[in-house]
Write a protein that binds this ligand. Structure first.
Ligand code: HEC
Length: 208
């Protein structure tokens, strides 16, 4: 009888250890696995590396953007741009009330033909694309700035720039997607922890 019990206890203990091992192993490959499965949630989790991940809509990013952070990021621009009303053109044009304005239309600034030929106005999407990669937006641009690779940084700076004399209405954020983002994000963060906890508890129970 006690032999059988010992055998059962042994099996349970073994199963617990295997479960623990599996959760450690799956934890290891977890980050590589997640992108396809969880879409939005991953970018929330990973924070910085947006390359392998589905994009969060600009409207959602803007709805969550922070003007103060945007002002700090704008420090990267002040070597070439002023943004105050009536500010002088420097290496780049004055950027007061730039959002919503026609591209390449600040008087007294000599734009590249490349930027002049794009046409249209500085919408949220246009400005986001420009600041992501000026060279991709206008291949012959005179703006020698690599771009802001983080979507969150761009949303923050866009919000700040909009506050400097433009005040375009924010694009409407898709509310449903936003909720999904939060829920999926929570799932991801609790999932890994709870698997480990369960396995650890099992082992503990058996050994006690
Ligand atoms: C090294 C100097 C330099 C830096 C740094 C720089 N810019 Fe520029 N910027 C320019 C130049 C030059 C132009 C004109 C581009 C052209 O004519 O092709 C320009 C053009 C622009 C325009 C288009 C303006 C218009 O009238 O259509 C915007 C918007 C802009 N920059 C925003 C920014 C922001 C935001 C940053 C910081 C994240 C930044 N720039 C950093 C030099 C710079």
């Amino acid at each position: 009888m006690s032999d059988t019990n010992n055998t059962i206890a042994g099996w349970v203990l073994g199963a617990g250890i295997v479960a623990l091992g599996l959760s450690i192993v799956s934890g290891g490959i977890y980050s590589a696995d997640v992108p396809e499965t969880f879409g939005y949630a991953v970018e929330e989790e990973a924070g910085s590396d947006a390359s392998a991940v589905a994009e969060i809509p600009l409207a959602t990013l803007l709805a969550n953007a922070d003007e103060t952070k945007g002002e700090a990021i704008f420090k990267k621009c002040v070597a070439c741009h002023t943004i105050q009303v009536g500010g002088a053109n420097g290496i780049g044009p004055n950027l007061y009330a730039i959002m919503g304005r026609q591209l390449a239309s600040v008087s007294g600034f000599a734009y590249s033909d490349s930027l002049k030929s794009v046409g249209g106005a500085w919408t949220w999407e246009q400005m986001d694309a420009w600041l992501k990669s000026p060279k991709k937006f206008a291949s012959g641009t005179k703006m020698s700035f690599a771009g802001l690779s983080k979507a969150e940084d761009r949303a923050n700076i866009l919000l700040y720039m909009n506050g400097q004399g433009s005040n375009l209405p924010l694009p409407e954020a898709p509310a449903a997607v936003e909720e999904e983002t939060v829920e999926a994000g929570e799932e991801v963060s609790t999932d890994g922890a709870s698997t480990d906890e369960v396995a650890a508890e099992e082992v503990q129970e058996v050994t006690n």
